[in-house]
Each structure stands twice: as C-alpha cells, then as structure tokens.
Design a protein around this ligand. Structure first.
Ligand code: TYD
Length: 141
C-alpha cells in the first residue's frame, strides 16, 4: 500500500553515554527509497518558518541531528499533524504530496535524505495550487 502519511521512524543507536553514539541510515534496511541526494540546513533563525511547500515525486527522511525541529504537515487527504524532532535517532519519513511548515531551535541542524535529485518543477510552492491539484486528482479517480 502506498504511504500517504508522514511517519516517525526511530533509528537504532549504537554506543553508550561514556563513548557517544552512532546512528545509521541504510537503503533497504531502514530507508524505503534509493537515496539520490543529501542536504543539511543550519543557522536558521528561531523566528523564521521555512518549508512552505509540498513535493510531487520526492520522498524524504529528515533528522534533527542537533537541536529541535518542529514540522506542521498536511497530507494529500487533508490530515494535519505536528511532529517534533528532538533526538538524533528520530527520522521523519515524508512521502509525496505533503505540505510542510518547519520551525527550528537556534542550534538545530536538519539533515535530509532525499529520493530524487533537486528539481524546482517537483515543488508546489503555493498551498492553493497544492490543494487544487489534489482535489482535481480525487475527482478523476
Ligand atoms: P527550499 O527547498 O525552498 O528550502 P526550505 O524548505 O528549507 O525553505 O530550498 C531553499 C533554496 O535552496 C531554494 O532556492 C532552492 C535551493 N535548493 C537547491 O538548489 N538544491 C537543493 O537540493 C535544495 C534542497 C534547495
């Protein structure tokens, strides 16, 4: 069945409080797509909301490797959710067609594993266009 909802995947950690930890993301084992691109964002001011888009084809797993990152999402069915990434083992899997707004704590570093190369045509940057296309798709189903 196709995933339509964002979900938290909790990744294992290896290590101890004495030695520190390592967490591993591996295609087929705990990443449900081929990773084509990795990017990270940092130094985002706390009063800024980023995101403000949805993707047509892209799937992602997003981590807060440092700090806390809050996602407010709306999926293609209109379900709204809030996800708080506050630990480096928590990955947010985001399937296609999920609108997201993102807030960062001052020390947050976001790491994204992405299923496609960057393509501006893959973005909905207007919420109205996003909803309109989804509603049209439903009508033609
Ligand atoms: P965007 O995806 O809008 O970031 P956010 O959701 O964090 O606000 O990307 C910000 C800018 O970076 C935009 O001009 C596009 C560019 N960009 C690339 O050139 N390649 C990439 O892989 C990504 C993710 C962004």
């Amino acid at each position: 069945m196709e995933n339509t909802k964002p979900t938290i995947i909790t990744f294992n950690k290896i290590g101890s409080s004495e030695l520190g930890y390592i967490t591993i993301a591996e295609v087929e084992k705990n990443v449900p797509f081929n990773i084509q691109r990795v990017y990270w964002t940092y130094y985002t001011p706390q009063d800024i909301t980023r995101g403000g888009h949805a993707h047509k084809k892209l799937q992602q797993i997003i981590f807060a490797v440092s700090g806390t990152i809050t996602f407010n999402t709306e999926d293609r069915e209109g379900n709204k959710e809030t996800f708080i990434l506050d630990h480096p083992t928590k990955g947010l899997y985001i399937p296609q067609l999920v609108w997201r707004d993102i807030k960062f704590s001052h020390n947050a570093v976001l790491l994204c594993l992405a299923s496609e190369l960057y393509e501006e045509e893959d973005y909905f940057r207007s919420f109205e266009d996003f909803r309109k296309i989804i509603d049209q798709k439903k009508t033609f189903k």
